[in-house]
Design a protein around this ligand. Structure first.
Ligand code: TYD
Ligand code: MG
Length: 455
């Protein structure tokens, strides 16, 4: 926040954070009605008092060797980059009912087992409801302290008094600061509450976990403001109808991003999945057209996933295009390249693309998987079950090199795959061992792909 020369009255939109000097009935930025509320911005002199005498030379800073707080839940430690950094603020976002509160309770339970006091503050559920969940998860520990509270100032007082090893706040949208006028859940409140908890974490070294709800358009409520403020952002993904849950690192000031942790939702809570590749391939149909396996890299780990496509003549005027777990734009692009370079007709076909198991793949290596699945379904020809494919497809129909090929190769070999169709430029630089049973097929163009798989 910038500071004015003297205290200034502002009107801030509770939905998008737009600032105006005068009140307006409708926010000119997001178009919401009656969303601007009055607020006071502190003067520079007040701000100056807070930040005075804190300038120091970088080389004079004491080296910090503070150990990370290892959660004991391997998949969670992985996405955090090896545990929770002292004084850091982690935001866990996800759809309602995906399992955020469950994960937190399990985390608190493993921490408390090592005789650490932890504090769980909820603004969503009653103590009874938490108790019921704890019973279900068989979490019983004297060191887990629970409070039902919505006011951040009170939470900070509680944390100061108890001095826990970790503070979890469920959810940030239900919290409010006494010093801000607007309603809980509004951007201003969410931002202000986060700022207070951030100050608490940085000032005392207490790690804080915030739970955040995701809005309909997929962002953590408080239009991305929160993501900029906190140190680490994790998203809990997955279909509520399915048992698998994926925790993905979207931002991490203390570790790699795009790392994923895989969990299974069971009767007694979330269980870690040790072998995600086996899980994502578990229900793969063999010898069915439109299915192919892709060795993908998620963060620092290779995971094999099944790419499925269904291509069938459209009965409607305009053909449908649906992509689940993949970028629809990318699908449109690849369809266009296929039409142009292979000469297949797709404009009058409905195309459905799905990454099995509810996982989302963003990397360019997916291209070849998509192309092969589409062609396989269109031609009604199966891809041999022991083949894996990956590579980027360019607009000229060329197959382009991708990264971390050796890692993908090892994972595919580990799961018993025998052939690997990959970009030729990758194939020429592999360090496959002498005992490698994998047959590598290098391809340069889409035409090569068709010749190798569908002739
Ligand atoms: P919850 O953690 O309350 O979700 P969130 O906090 O993200 O809204 O999890 C709710 C879902 O998880 C609910 O549909 C029931 C299911 N669940 C299980 O299957 N097993 C369990 O042991 C628990 C506690 C929940
Ligand atoms: Mg919850």
């Amino acid at each position: 926040m910038t500071f004015a020369k003297k205290d200034q009255t502002l009107f801030i939109c509770g939905r998008c954070g737009y600032e105006s000097l005068k009140w307006m009935g409708k926010c000119p930025d997001c178009g919401e009605w009656d969303s601007l509320t009055q607020q006071v911005r502190r003067s520079r002199s007040a701000a100056a008092k807070i930040s005075a005498a804190r300038v120091q030379s970088l080389s004079h800073l004491a080296p910090t060797q503070q150990a990370r707080l290892v959660t004991g839940i391997g998949e969670l430690d992985r996405v955090l980059g090896g545990g929770i950094v002292p004084g850091s603020v982690v935001l866990i976002g996800g759809d309602p009912g995906i399992g955020k509160s469950t994960l937190i309770l399990q985390l608190l339970s493993t921490l408390a087992r090592d005789d650490r006091q932890v504090l769980y503050v909820t603004g969503e559920e009653s103590a009874q409801q938490i108790r019921m969940r704890a019973d279900r998860l068989e979490v019983r520990n004297e060191q887990i302290y629970l409070a039902t509270e919505n006011c951040v100032e009170s939470i900070i007082t509680m944390a100061d008094e108890l001095g826990p090893a970790l503070l979890a706040v469920d959810s940030i949208q239900t919290m409010f600061s006494e010093e801000v006028g607007s309603a809980p859940g509004s951007v201003t409140q969410v931002r202000e509450s986060t700022a207070r908890l951030l100050a608490l974490a940085k000032g005392s070294g207490l790690p804080v976990i915030l739970i955040g709800h995701v809005t309909k358009d997929g962002a953590i409520a408080g239009p991305r403001v929160l993501e900029h403020m906190v140190d680490t952002v994790l998203y809990f993904e997955g279909d509520r109808g399915q048992v698998y849950r994926i925790l993905r690192t979207v931002k991490n000031r203390f570790g790699p991003t795009n790392e994923i942790g895989v969990f299974e939702m069971k009767e007694s809570g979330l269980a870690e999945v040790d072998n995600p590749s086996a899980l994502f391939l578990a229900e793969r149909p063999v010898n069915v057209p439109g299915s192919v396996v892709l060795p993908s890299i998620e963060g620092t780990r290779p995971i094999l996933v099944e790419v499925q496509a269904l291509v069938s003549p459209s009965s409607l005027g305009t053909a449908r295009r649906t992509a689940i777990g993949a970028d629809p734009q990318r699908l449109a692009l690849l369809t266009a390249v296929l039409e142009k370079k292979i000469g297949v007709t797709l404009y009058d076909h409905d195309i459905f693309l799905n990454i099995a198991g509810g996982i989302r793949i963003d990397e360019p290596a997916l291209d070849l998987g998509v192309v092969v699945a589409l062609l396989s379904s269109l031609f009604e020809k199966t891809v041999a079950p022991a083949i894996v494919v990956c590579g980027e497809v360019g607009l000229a129909g060329e197959i382009r090199a991708i990264g971390q090929m050796n890692m993908r190769l090892r994972e595919a070999a580990r799961l018993g795959f025998k052939q690997f169709l990959m970009p030729d430029s990758n194939a020429r630089h592999l360090d496959a061992g002498p005992d490698s049973a994998m047959r590598v097929i290098g391809v340069q163009t889409l035409r090569d792909v068709v010749d190798n798989l569908f002739q």
